[in-house]
Design a binder for this molecule. Structure first.
Ligand code: URA
Length: 220
């Protein structure tokens, strides 16, 4: 078992822990190995939409003139089209429905990476983003920020598109993942529902919830 690693205080300061009771309740149900694929997917949808509220907390609002049935007023409006949720394949796709239920006009990008068994480096096999990325705010989604290697590679690649901002949204992480992300990308805040104890020898989060992709897609 690898040693327990402490979270770097600077990385902790850049971490948003979403400890709302509804999120924590649903996360516990998801961790339970007896939770079915169907329930796991449903809970991930629900938890993702709750977490999207927190990720969108600092979105900029524009004034908009509207007519109520009684009079004219200035309301507030977000430009959801300027937001891009970027899924790290394949488990990131499990978060998309939930976040899109909250910001339905957001755009969606996908990044596919695999780890080369020889070099252990992340190799890109798919990359598709909306155009005009330099005008957009990005939220990268992946349920598990474990070693942090693929998350760091995905953010590094995204930065080539020069988006206005990047946030990272996951369900679970651990000190190793938070530290690795902060070391490579201190400008990227991480939003998570829990920081678990650490990593297994095989790079699984402990106590975790197992392989998120397998649990979402029923490929156990
Ligand atoms: N990816 C997963 O799906 N689960 C983990 O625990 C770590 C990485």
């Amino acid at each position: 078992m690898p040693p327990i690693i402490a979270m770097n205080p600077a990385a902790r300061a850049n971490l948003h822990l979403i400890d709302h009771p509804l999120v924590q309740h649903k996360l516990t149900l998801m961790r339970d190995r007896d939770t079915s694929t169907n329930s796991f997917r449903q809970l991930l949808n629900e938890i993702s939409s709750l977490m999207a509220y927190e990720v969108c907390r600092d979105m900029t609002l524009q004034d908009v003139q509207i007519q109520t049935p009684l009079e004219t007023m200035t309301g507030k409006h977000i430009d959801g089209k300027k937001l891009v949720f970027v899924s790290i394949l394949r488990a990131g796709n499990g978060i998309l429905d939930g976040v899109l239920s909250v910001v339905p006009s957001a755009r969606v990008g996908h990044i596919g990476l695999y780890r080369d068994p020889q070099t252990l480096q992340a190799v890109e096999y798919y990359f598709k983003m909306p155009k005009d990325m330099h005008e957009r705010d990005v939220v990268v989604v992946d349920p598990m920020l474990a070693t942090g290697n693929s998350a760091v590679a995905a953010v590094t690649r995204l930065k080539q598109c020069q988006p206005k901002s990047i946030k990272f949204l996951c369900l679970l992480t651990c000190p190793e993942g938070v530290n690795t992300m902060h070391h490579a990308h201190p400008d990227v805040p991480v939003y998570t529902a829990a920081v678990d104890r650490g990593l297994s020898d095989h790079g699984y989060i402990l106590p975790g919830l197992g392989d998120a992709g397998d649990r979402i897609f029923g490929t156990l």
